[in-house]
Design a protein around this ligand. Structure first.
Ligand SMILES: Nc1nc2c(c(=O)[nH]1)N[C@H]1C(S)=C(S)[C@@H](COP(=O)(O)OP(=O)(O)OC[C@H]3O[C@@H](n4cnc5c(N)ncnc54)[C@H](O)[C@@H]3O)O[C@H]1N2
Ligand code: MOO
Length: 402
């Protein structure tokens, strides 16, 4: 087993063992937020034919003509109706916005500048060739790519797919994630802790992050003071239900860790243990029956950083999404006095304005604290041995949410 590896080494190992899950076909509205497992193409142009941009008169005129004595109104088309016959020179048809235009239409004139006199219509302004006509295919050409495989489906894409009648969509199966909080003193957040115990906040944190990453959470459980035999059974049960198991805590005491002990007990192959980062140094991973188990530190900020750096990329890769969030350069709006030590990830709040990206180092950076998680939307990546961070210094950030 590799010990105290570089972050990128740990990430490479995990991604080399991760392949996208199979696709499944779901109704369009259930595909929102899911990731397309196939390229989807336009099977026709949109609009499919010339259409009216305004409510008014489709006319057939000579070039730049205002029709002289006006046009004969042949028919009135209500929405959804098509013309009974083409227009010839000097003829008009009343159309609603979006109506398929009669063949022969050279322009559509808004009703606001039309004057009806008996069966004829005249216009108070000049009518130009091509006015107020939606061209076929001006939105999408037949055969064009609507959605490429690996794209997360947004509300906008939902509407595009609906416009092309894609009522069922093939998407990657949502990765099933089981979360297990280790450690004797940790009780479920539903319970009132006894003196010396604490509520499990890491489990719900991991579950919430996994949901945001497109996962479905099968279990959020605590191991409590389970015996080794019970813990083995407990983990094996979770492994059966999930594609990925994430544990937190019980990872910091070398070979006596509850986490490593438990993993060896189920016959898992330990991939690496310990990463040269802070917080999150006590993170590891194992594999059994082709399923990965990621063990994160117990301290809350360490657990969060570990999730973003290790588990999030795996969950995204299982859905063929780009695994890593954006890395940007940002100006730090405040200072941080600690220096030296391993590569450090600080919880930050990043914003973009007309001067570019800036980031504020949030208060409460101890890895035991939850406080910074209330606002954090970025991890500030400080290389090993960094001097104190000065206000206005450029730093590298991993943008978690924008
Ligand atoms: N002798 C050493 N002690 C510690 C070291 C070390 O290197 N040598 N590292 C410290 C650091 S850094 C971390 S991080 C923690 C990690 O320890 P574990 O992953 O084994 O976590 P636990 O000991 O189980 O818990 C530590 C601490 O974290 C909080 N915690 C744990 N689980 C949860 C949970 N589910 N929800 C909320 N909070 C949780 C809790 O405050 C625990 O006290 O080890 C340090 N010690
Ligand atoms: O290593 Mo701990 O995981 O730094 O907070």
């Amino acid at each position: 087993m590799l010990r105290n590896v570089k972050l990128e080494e740990a990430q490479d190992i995990l991604l080399s063992l991760t392949a996208p899950l199979p696709g499944e076909t779901v109704p369009l509205l259930q595909a929102l937020g899911r990731v397309a497992a196939r390229d989807l193409y336009a099977d026709q142009s949109l609009p499919p034919c010339p259409q009216a941009v305004v409510d008014g008169y489709a006319v057939c005129a000579g070039v730049n003509s205002c029709g002289g004595g006006g046009y004969v109104v042949k028919e009135r088309l209500s929405p959804g109706k098509t013309a009974t016959s083409p227009l010839s020179s000097g003829q008009a048809a009343y159309v609603a916005t979006g109506c398929a235009l009669p063949a022969g239409t050279t322009a559509v004139v808004p009703h606001e500048i039309a004057r009806l006199s008996g069966e004829r219509v005249v216009f108070t302004e000049e009518v130009l060739q091509g006015d107020n006509i939606r061209e076929p295919g001006e939105d999408f050409q037949a055969g064009s790519l609507l959605v490429s495989r690996g794209t997360r489906l947004s509300p906008g894409l939902t509407s595009v797919l609906a416009a092309f009648g894609k009522s069922n969509v093939t998407v990657f199966r949502r990765p099933k994630v089981a979360v297990l909080s280790l450690g004797g003193g940790v009780v479920s957040y539903h319970n009132i802790p006894e003196p010396g115990q604490l509520r499990d906040s890491n489990g719900p944190l991991i579950a919430a992050l996994a949901l945001e990453d497109g996962g479905q959470v099968t279990n959020v459980e605590v191991s409590g003071g389970e015996s080794a035999a019970c813990l083995k059974e407990h983990l094996e049960n979770l492994m059966q239900q999930a594609d990925l198991v994430i544990t937190t805590g019980g990872a910091a005491s070398g070979d006596d860790d509850q986490a490593t002990y438990m993993l060896k007990n189920i016959g898992a192959h330990l991939l690496f243990w310990g990463i040269k980062i802070k917080p999150g140094s006590h993170s590891g991973a194992a594999i059994v029956n082709n399923k990965i188990i990621i063990a994160l530190s117990g301290n809350p900020a360490a657990c969060a950083a570990g999730y973003h750096l290790l588990a999030g990329p795996v969950l995204r890769a299982l859905q063929e999404l780009p695994p890593y969030p954006k890395v940007l350069s940002a100006t730090c709006t405040n200072s941080f006095h600690k220096e030296g030590g391993p590569r450090r990830f600080l919880q930050g709040y990043a914003v973009c304005d007309d001067k570019g990206w800036s980031v504020t180092i949030l208060p409460g950076q101890k890895s035991s604290m939850l406080q910074a998680l209330t606002r954090s939307n970025a991890l500030i990546d400080l290389p090993a041995g960094s001097p104190p961070v000065e206000k206005d210094q450029e730093v590298s950030i991993i943008l978690l949410y924008s």
